[in-house]
Design a binder for this molecule. Sequence first.
Ligand code: AHR
Length: 631
Amino acid sequence: MFPTALTSDQVATLAGVPVETTTPLLSVDVAHPAHAVSPILPGLMFEDINHSGEGGIYAELVQNRSMMADDTAPVHWSAVGGTTLALDTATPLNDVLKRSLKVVLPSGTGAGNRAGVANDGFWGIPVRPRTTYTARLFAKASRRIGPLTVTVESADGTTVYASAHLPRIGTAFPDRPFELTLRTGAGAPVTGDARLTVTTADPAAAGETLWLQHVSLFPPTYNHRPNGLRVDLMEKLVALKPKFLRFPGGNFLEGNTIATRFNWKNTIGPVWERPGHMDDAWGYWSTDGLGLLEYLEWVEDLRAQPVLAVFAGYALRGEHVTGDALKPYIQDALDEIEYVTGPVTSPWGARRAADGHPKPFPLEFVEIGNEDWFDSSGSYDERFAAFHDAIKAKYPHLKLIASTTVTSRTPDLIDEHYYLAPSAAQAATHKYDNRDRGSTKVFVGEWAAQEGRPTPDLNAALGDAAWLAGLIRNSDQVLMECYAPLFSHVKNNVWATNLIAYDNLNSYVSPSYWAQQMLTSRLGDTVLPATARALPGLATVATRAGNRLYVAVVNSGTQKVEVPVELKGLVKGVRKNATATVLTGPSRTATNTLTDPAALVPRTSTVTGAAAAFTSTLPPLSVTVLELVLT
Ligand code: AHR
């Protein structure tokens, strides 16, 4: 257990570095860069946890659109106008969506008496004025009926915000879904409390049966991609300028059992031909509408590169495969890499082209499994070797990441995960300082100082900033890092501390988001040696790009600190005016929320008096990045 905050002496003692007790001084050696900042250091990690994908960044608004979320009841669907609803396995859409929603229309259906179904979305359907939605659905009936009306309306059904009509539906499902456009008017409210309905008031439909499958509703998406991503969440990610996206997990990759792993081949092609699967690691249905191609296009939209995690024959509850039984999984991984990178003349490259993306995606990093230190059978060494040899034989340029220590082969990187108390994160700022510089390079593929729910508080952000300062300082060893988890829906916070949270209308970023944004956007290309001598509770990193100097300092203490700063090795001098970007707040537990999203945000101001030796004032509980200009 760690106390709330540690002094720098305590931190140094824990880290096994010498404690100096002389005059306080933050000393930066401008003339002798230590090493380059890893050009691929900051990234993002995503898996579908806390409704991060379904009901999160994947913009689909209908929950249980495929009727597959529950085997016994049409969950999230309710009757409108006295209909009777049931799951109908005798009326499948196709081989994978093996059932449909059967809606028996009452005898009173007719003018003024609409009847059909409603969907409650992910804790409501969001509505905004002047917004265009795209609905897609498969529908058929026991006789030709029409029109079928799709609405976005108030939860009590009294106010319709947007609607569209299908003139007629026939007695067989069409080959492709019907598509309708719905638009809210200027007077529509901003509410997250709406529902979607599909109804008819055709008197000819009275007593007839309607079947529905794949009932989908999308709002506008990022870059207008069909089947795309939520705009506000993407904007927050793009602003971080990540260098990579690690996906699809995490535990989501593995599944509780092999049957519920992320089986990428089931996640491509038309969304109504994807079976979906139970995200049993986190407790809800995944339509896999956010599938492999959608992840890759997401990476494209971030202008980042993928870190593709492939299933490696181990599931969370211990099921694992070795020997010949592993071969189909290795082949799946090879096929997956071909789908990502292969030319259109290759079988899986051709499939990618048929799915709408002829151009191969760049791929440099492949991770074999996730957190295989949990595999108590000890099979990872063998499994890693088998994947390694097969992948390197076909794709020698790929860099392979091991999810835990292996001795059978030498991985290009090893993925280490750290979920820490804030004070432990603060202490761990020195974790990599004394590492054997010749050992396997590190990818910190999941990390977080954990305090706060659903997002970190300021104390956690201070721990995160101190930890990240250590990663940047040691980015000759730690080539890549990404915080986890990335997202939580406020109504499904199964994992306590997450970077960004949202409901169906709004989203906000945490103090940790800001701390990371500050340290990774105000960052040079070389690390400068810096020592914080006799400065309790401070963690620091200094970098340089040309004539710009960036000095990040974390003050985890509750006292303001006057820090004497010394810039050694200046050729000339430093411009008197510098900028200071500061994130701070009134208490350790201060935080951002949906209702107060900007309680803690960094503020940039000009500071005067910068010189070869000057004093910097660090507010209590703060992250500061000083930007100085060398003359
Ligand atoms: O990030 C949440 C979970 O933590 C991940 O799924 C898993 O890899 C880790 O244990």
